[in-house]
Design a protein around this ligand. Structure first.
Ligand SMILES: NC(=O)c1ccc[n+]([C@@H]2O[C@H](COP(=O)([O-])OP(=O)(O)OC[C@H]3O[C@@H](n4cnc5c(N)ncnc54)[C@H](OP(=O)(O)O)[C@@H]3O)[C@@H](O)[C@H]2O)c1
Length: 304
């Protein structure tokens, strides 16, 4: 059974935090969730962009219950503040981790991490860990982690996680998206071992023409509108995230993505993952490294 935005059930009474909700897939997911009655917190680093997104969502879904949550995943202090603010909500049902960056030139977060590993993985790891106690208060909470088909080419460079000795943009992106899946499956194992009432569900959007391509070289970017005809629209690209966040049939540890050719477009359903992304030893090691790098330690029993 495939899943599209039309399959999102009523979300009245639920509060959903969508990171990177001002544009692209996060914006599209936030719009659908708000239209279905959820209170949506837009976790964004730019207030102006978040407010413009909220205006656009309210235009499409009059009466939408929206709030801006300042969040810069390239700054752990900001991640901690965002978790604290979200923790003041009466309830939090879903954390939809969507914010991400692809193939920028070598840049570092406020804490000195290579940007892609820092934002895509470490920011997601820290925000999720900090919010899990809050999520566990809700009756059937979920954490959603957004990966990519790029995880299939990913390798974790244990000797140079922080790109101190070299930097290849594409490799670093693939590494961060593999890290997203290793984290997702380890989180699922730990939540189950702890008997925690929270599900961990993954998704990837296939390929969708969004601002993610902002660091792609100019000549290639110029061709994007044409290339984009063969891929997912941003709206369709958000369906796997919507399935992960809301499908009543989803189980913890599921991973969703488009069902069309090479998983690049189409309605959402079960997605393929590599054996490497399910390696429990790598996942445990990544978890420990992430705790050491972020100083955020979610004390759930380690998976056995
Ligand atoms: N589009 C695709 O084909 C594709 C394929 C596979 C996976 N994905 C994944 O899907 C997710 C969403 O991507 P997208 O295509 O929607 O890209 P996008 O249009 O560039 O949107 C990315 C969002 O993340 C936010 N963001 C970036 N850095 C951030 C930071 N430091 N702190 C907080 N927010 C930050 C951006 O905010 P600003 O606008 O302020 O920069 C934006 O809201 C990403 O995780 C990406 O890896 C996308």
């Amino acid at each position: 059974m495939t899943f599209t935005a039309a399959d999102v059930p009523d979300q009245s009474g639920r509060t959903i935090l969508v990171t990177g909700a001002n544009t692209g897939l996060g914006f599209e997911a936030a719009k659908v969730l708000a239209a279905r009655g959820a209170r949506v917190l837009l976790g964004c680093r730019d207030k102006g962009k978040a407010e413009a997104a909220m205006r656009a969502i309210s235009g499409a879904a009059p009466g939408a219950d929206l709030a801006f949550l300042p969040l810069d995943q390239a700054d752990l202090a900001s991640v901690r503040r965002a978790a604290e603010l979200a923790g003041r909500e009466p309830r939090l049902d879903v954390l939809l981790n969507n914010a991400g960056v692809m193939t920028p030139p070598l840049m570092r977060t406020a804490d000195g991490f290579e940007l892609q590993f820092g934002v895509n993985h470490l920011g997601t790891f820290a925000l999720t860990s900090l919010l899990l106690p809050k999520l566990a208060e809700a009756p059937a909470a979920r954490v959603v982690v957004t990966s990519s088909v790029a995880h299939k080419r990913g390798r974790i460079d244990w000797d140079d996680l922080n790109a101190e000795h070299g930097y290849r943009r594409g490799d670093s992106y693939c590494q961060s998206k593999l890290a997203n899946l290793l984290f997702l499956f380890e989180l699922d194992r730990r939540l189950r071992a702890a008997g925690a009432p929270v599900m961990a569900v993954g998704c990837h959007p296939g390929v969708a023409m969004t601002e993610l391509m902002r660091h792609v070289p100019g000549p290639v970017r110029a061709l994007m509108p044409l290339i984009g005809l063969f891929f997912n629209s941003p709206a369709a690209g958000s369906w796997p995230a919507l399935q992960a966040a809301t499908s009543p049939e989803a189980k913890s540890g599921d991973y969703f993505g488009p069902q069309g050719m090479r998983e690049m477009r189409g309605p959402s359903g079960p997605a393929k993952r590599t054996l490497r992304s399910e390696d429990p030893e790598d996942a445990r090691r990544l978890w420990e490294v992430s705790v050491a790098m972020t100083g955020v330690d979610l004390r759930l029993p380690a998976a056995t």
